[in-house]
Design a protein around this ligand. Structure first.
Ligand code: B12
Length: 304
């Protein structure tokens, strides 16, 4: 995780110069920025990126880490962990086991205080952390805590809305950064069960799948069954993933799953899942049902 970077840009380099100085192609610089959040160069009014000396130094370090055989995500993490200033007193070091717990706690507090600036500072710590890890170790745990606090009546609906909207934004930014996955990746689609407005599970799944090289068609929440059947027929994705977060009766799941299966081409695999599924999962031929997405074979395993 990367400490907050407030180094001022006294001298600016344009991307072409940075590319020449570091030997890293311009496209790669932009892709790393989108994908791993490496650097956040200032922008001129015309949109051109301006890099600082510190940025160039960081890229040189990443390049040499790659030359030593590290993968890009590992190189980013290593270099970020070396960045000054180190954690302030009272904060866990970035490689400590408590780091994610600390980030969750701080992010939750900032969000419940409606303190967006602080939330963004905390979110910055996740730069270089692979998206699946950030989702499973930080964003989803924070959402669950927020949901529990709302259920106990400890926080207001407005606080819950602000926190979940902020996390939703982070996931959308990830998906945008990944451009919904490579154009030639396996085609998958994500949505939620009809009348279930909880879309962050489907969105998180979309990010995980895009990270794993799938091309994601993200349908948002609440796609009516008729419409999804038509989508399956006309678009023939390899997979359709349906997220169920609101508690749903077994009968409702069975009728929906059977109908979607019956009207989808055989080539389309179907997985329906989420915390809203009943505890005893029915067997439905040709449809995978899981309460947790870690049971899905198509997902990347987050690095702990
Ligand atoms: C954000 C939120 C909302 C937002 C959603 C905004 C949005 N754009 O998505 C809004 C404000 C709309 C909302 C509304 C409601 N909400 Co709400 N909400 C939440 C909250 C805080 C996060 C939901 C979420 O995104 N979860 C995603 C992640 C964090 O959840 P997860 O379940 O751990 O994800 C795992 C699995 O579900 C599974 N999975 C998920 N998707 C998939 C897909 C597949 C294919 C597979 C295999 C697995 C899988 O794998 C994931 C990783 O392990 C939850 C708290 C919670 N614990 O989830 C409450 C929560 C879901 N809401 C709840 C409730 C009650 C409601 C309302 C009914 C409240 C009300 N009275 O109005 C309404 C729904 C009204 C309606 N129209 O029906 C309850 C449901 C509990 C229950 N047993 O009924 C919860 C659990 C809060 C609580 N603790 O009580 N909510």
């Amino acid at each position: 995780m990367r400490p907050p970077d407030d180094a001022s840009t006294k001298m600016g380099y344009r991307i072409k110069t940075v590319s020449e100085l570091t030997g890293i192609p311009k496209n790669t610089l932009v892709a790393w920025e989108r994908r791993y959040g490496i650097l956040n160069p200032e922008r001129l009014p015309n949109g051109y990126r301006v890099y600082s000396d510190e940025d160039v130094a960081l890229l040189v370090q990443i390049k040499s880490a790659l030359a030593e055989g590290l993968r890009i995500s590992e190189a980013v993490r290593l270099v970020n962990a070396r960045q000054p200033p180190g954690p302030r007193s009272g904060e866990p070091s970035t490689d400590s086991e408590d780091a994610f717990e600390w980030v969750c706690d701080q992010l939750q507090h900032a969000l419940l205080d409606y303190d967006r600036t602080r939330a963004e500072q905390i979110t910055q710590r996740l730069i270089g952390v692979p998206h699946p890890t950030a989702i499973t170790q930080v964003y989803f745990p924070v959402l669950r805590h927020v949901g529990d606090a709302w259920e106990r009546g400890d926080i207001t609906v407005a606080q819950e809305h602000f926190a979940s909207a902020y996390i939703r934004e982070q996931l959308i930014a990830m998906l945008l950064g990944l451009r919904c996955g490579p154009p030639h990746g396996i085609h998958v689609a994500c949505t939620t069960f009809p009348d279930d407005p909880h879309e962050i599970g489907a969105l998180g799944l979309a990010v995980m799948l895009a990270t794993n090289g799938c091309r994601v068609t993200y349908l948002g929440a609440n796609t009516p069954l008729e419409s999804l059947k038509r989508f399956a027929k006309t678009q023939e994705p390899a997979w359709i993933f349906v997220s169920v977060i609101l508690p749903t009766e077994t009968d409702g799941i069975v009728v929906y799953a059977k109908e979607l299966r019956q009207y989808s081409p055989e080539s389309v695999s179907i997985a329906i899942g989420g915390a809203g599924l009943p505890d005893a999962l029915p067997e439905i031929p040709g449809v995978e049902l899981h309460r947790d997405w870690s049971a899905l074979a198509v997902l990347p395993r987050p690095k702990e």
